[in-house]
Design a protein around this ligand. Structure first.
Ligand code: UN1
Length: 482
């Protein structure tokens, strides 16, 4: 009988959501063996046939959307509309990836010499190991699992111990829709299970989403035993620029959603507000007024705007970071305290928090909080805004509010982030565009969109010579021309 652990409701920790096994390295071994055995057959199926199964998963998820959203809300603490969005993102991903199964699978190229041409095609890597976070417990597994399956791989996924049941139910939807037995496996537990998966010789690619600290360990451990493809999707310290010509009504709505949506626990959450000094006072006043009206509470209740953060430990960490900012001289505008909610005993609630007078070297503008905390910085020009945003070790998402199209387009070129929004907050990426970032945010891969298959497939370049003679590249064609 294996040992077990429980996942609990962040809003009411006494409520156990699920009890799951703590898997061991031996369980990881069997999961990889099952995936390896099933992958052979799967990789021989035509890509459009694999795509049809992924489309069917989209159908099952659609039928189960309400039920799954309820689980996401109870296990990850998201308010219901956002929990529905999490599931919807996986549905969108299923249909997008299914479509890619009937799309180009490579490129065709003319060759240097007559009667010869070249093309590229994709091949599966084999078995892919995935380590996923709790903050998008359905969407993020879908970004990884669907392209990995389409590319012809087997999968072993280790979800976060804080949202394991969401992954279980997601994988159940996949197998109910026709994913063959053994191809897609879940292992549960803590860091040592992720570590066993990372270094497993049968795992040819590792796809990790989480903190920079763990990402570093995953990458170095994987490369020690490599060769492996390692794709990392790590932190962010996303900034929103507000210029003096911005539509402030629009900005206020955008700040509230970007900074406090999902309790600030998206990799893409707006955590720096880089505001022009001509409008900063009015903007902060208006955002603070609206923040004061936000209802913190049970995420299952329709009147709640902001749910809990993931754990009590997270509350303590966030509070510690806010205290450090205040001790450094930053001005607390609103929030800055854990909260108690009636009917949610022991719930992990933190009040939405705004800090002012922060600058480029402040602790709070350089470190990812992963909670509802916004640091306001003042700038006096477009150039200083860009410099301020780019002076950061992360490069995931950024945004600019301006009515000046020239300024907006310059920002697109100059912001050093993988995602840029114009007149919208830093969150809300759609799955048919590549998702990911620069600098410490990742290692060059992108998830979803046209590049989503890259981390799960190898490109093969093929040359076909039908001239019936030996043709020497770089040599014969030159002779012919001379
Ligand atoms: C994440 O925070 O890890 O762009 C993913 C967004 C969502 C995905 C966020 N569609 O905000």
């Amino acid at each position: 009988m294996s040992q077990t652990f429980t996942s609990t409701n962040p809003a009411r920790p006494s409520e156990v959501v699920a009890t799951l096994p703590i898997h061991t390295a031996a369980d990881v071994d069997s999961a990889v063996a099952r995936a390896t055995a099933a992958q052979r057959q799967w990789s021989r199926m035509p890509v459009p046939a694999r795509a049809e199964i992924i489309a069917a998963i989209g159908g099952v998820l659609t039928q189960r959307k309400a039920e799954l959203a309820n689980l996401v809300s109870r296990e990850a603490g998201k308010i219901l509309v956002e929990a529905g969005g999490d599931v919807q993102e996986a549905i969108d991903m299923a249909h997008y990836i299914a479509g890619q199964g009937r799309n180009a699978w490579g490129t065709v190229h003319p060759c240097e010499m007559p009667n010869k041409f070249g093309f590229t095609t994709r091949h599966p890597v084999g078995v892919v190991g995935m380590i996923t976070p709790w903050n998008f417990p359905v969407a993020i597994p879908s970004w990884k699992i669907f392209p990995a399956l389409l590319a012809g791989n087997g999968v072993v996924i280790k979800p976060s111990e804080f949202a394991p049941q969401c992954c279980e139910e997601f994988v159940r939807a996949c197998t109910d829709a026709g994913v063959p037995e053994g191809l897609l496996n879940v292992v549960h537990g803590f860091g040592d299970v992720g570590a066993a998966l990372t270094v497993h010789p049968g795992v040819r690619a590792i796809s990790f989403t989480g903190s920079v600290e763990t990402g570093r360990k995953v990458a170095s451990a994987a490369m020690e035993v490599g060769p492996k493809l390692v794709s990392l999707e790590l932190g962010g310290k996303n900034a929103m620029i507000v210029m003096d010509d911005a539509d402030l009504d629009l900005v206020v709505d955008g700040v509230l959603f970007g900074a406090f949506g999902t309790s600030g626990q998206r990799c893409t959450s707006t955590s720096r507000l880089v505001a022009h000094n001509a409008i900063v006072n009015e903007l902060v006043t208006r955002v603070a007024e609206r923040t004061a009206l936000l209802q913190l509470g049970d995420p299952l209740s329709a009147t709640t705007d902001i749910g809990p953060v993931v754990t009590q430990h997270s509350v303590e960490r966030i509070h510690q970071m806010v205290q450090t900012a205040i001790a450094e001289g930053n001005d607390l505008v609103i929030g800055g305290a854990p909260a108690h909610i009636d009917g949610c005993e022991g719930g992990a609630f933190y009040t939405p928090t705004i800090l002012r007078d922060t600058h480029r070297n402040s602790y709070i503008t350089r470190n990812e909080v992963f909670g509802p905390v916004l640091a306001v910085m003042e700038i006096d020009s477009f150039d200083s805004a860009i410099e301020t945003v780019n002076d950061c070790e992360y490069g995931l998402s950024s945004s600019i509010y301006t009515r000046d199209v020239n300024q907006a387009m310059r920002a697109v070129h100059e912001l050093d982030t993988g995602i840029v929004y114009i007149n919208a907050p830093t969150i809300g990426a759609e799955i048919h565009l590549p998702f990911g970032g620069n600098k410490f945010t990742g290692n060059g891969y992108r998830e979803a969109g046209s590049r989503g298959l890259e981390q799960f497939s190898e490109t093969k370049s093929v040359y076909i010579d039908y001239s019936g003679k030996l043709q020497k590249a770089q040599i014969d064609n030159r002779d012919a021309i001379a």
